[in-house]
Design a protein around this ligand. Structure first.
Ligand SMILES: *[C@@H]1O[C@H](CO)[C@@H](O)[C@H](O)[C@H]1NC(C)=O
Ligand SMILES: *[C@@H]1O[C@H](CO)[C@@H](O)[C@H](O)[C@H]1NC(C)=O
Ligand SMILES: *[C@@H]1O[C@H](CO)[C@@H](O)[C@H](O)[C@H]1NC(C)=O
Ligand SMILES: *[C@@H]1O[C@H](CO)[C@@H](O)[C@H](O)[C@H]1NC(C)=O
Length: 183
């Protein structure tokens, strides 16, 4: 019974020959970076409680912490919707010589313009006071991570008794061979 009354109400509200009744929301608000679904985009009137979920326009992604849905309140107003889309980059680049800082690793959204910081990977050390960074550029790609960390040195290997160590270098991950003396 209640269901059919609600249904009749909705019918009246959708009928263009009936003026808007109190508790009835008008056209959907316009957002500059998102749009409502095609099937409701051009509707003039919506019943109280009606929810509409917007979608980000091309090249924009949803900011995880923001709402993307509005609801028609009984005062005939749509709930507020903040701009919830921004241009962004995927996860920052992985490089062997450095690892993303813990703080930047925890983020789930990398907006255009953001700069992430790296620390040198284990086995590597900063060669200058400057640590590597990367920035999410206008075209949603990361800038190259400058190679500011160099392999740590183990120092020259010492020859064992009755043998010689043969190594091209003594930096992190280098391998050395030991050649035994004749006999
Ligand atoms: C949204 O934009 C369209 C087209 O630009 C316009 O017809 C409509 O009235 C706008 N809606 C609101 C609520 O401002
Ligand atoms: C989306 O980004 C691509 C690559 O940067 C660009 O070619 C395209 O024109 C953009 N589309 C819109 C709708 O801005
Ligand atoms: C590496 O960075 C630290 C901290 O910024 C600094 O104290 C140290 O001097 C740097 N090492 C070199 C070789 O510049
Ligand atoms: C993105 O922009 C940078 C700097 O403007 C450029 O070097 C790079 O080639 C661009 N990448 C793509 C995929 O367009």
């Amino acid at each position: 019974m209640l269901g059919s009354l609600v249904f009749l109400g909705a019918e009246l509200l959708l009928n263009p020959f009936f003026p808007s009744l109190p508790g009835d929301c008008g056209p959907l608000p316009n957002l500059s970076r998102a749009e409502p679904p095609e099937d409701v985009r051009h509707r003039d009137s919506f019943p109280v409680g009606f929810e509409v979920t917007y979608r980000c326009l091309q090249n924009f992604s949803k900011i995880p912490s923001r709402l993307d849905t509005i609801v028609c309140f009984s005062n005939s107003l749509w709930s507020n919707l903040l701009e919830f889309c921004d241009r962004s980059c995927q996860s920052p680049p992985h490089v062997a010589f450095a690892k993303l800082s813990e703080e930047d690793e925890m983020k789930n959204f990398y907006a255009v313009g953001i700069t992430v910081h790296y620390d040198c990977s284990p086995g590597y050390e900063n060669s200058t006071d400057v640590l590597p960074t990367s920035t999410c550029r206008e075209n949603s790609t990361w800038s190259e991570v400058p190679e500011l960390c160099r392999k740590q040195s183990c120092g020259p290997p010492t020859n064992p008794e009755h043998g010689t160590v043969v190594a091209t270098d003594h930096l992190f991950l280098a391998r050395a061979e030991v050649v035994c003396d004749e006999g």
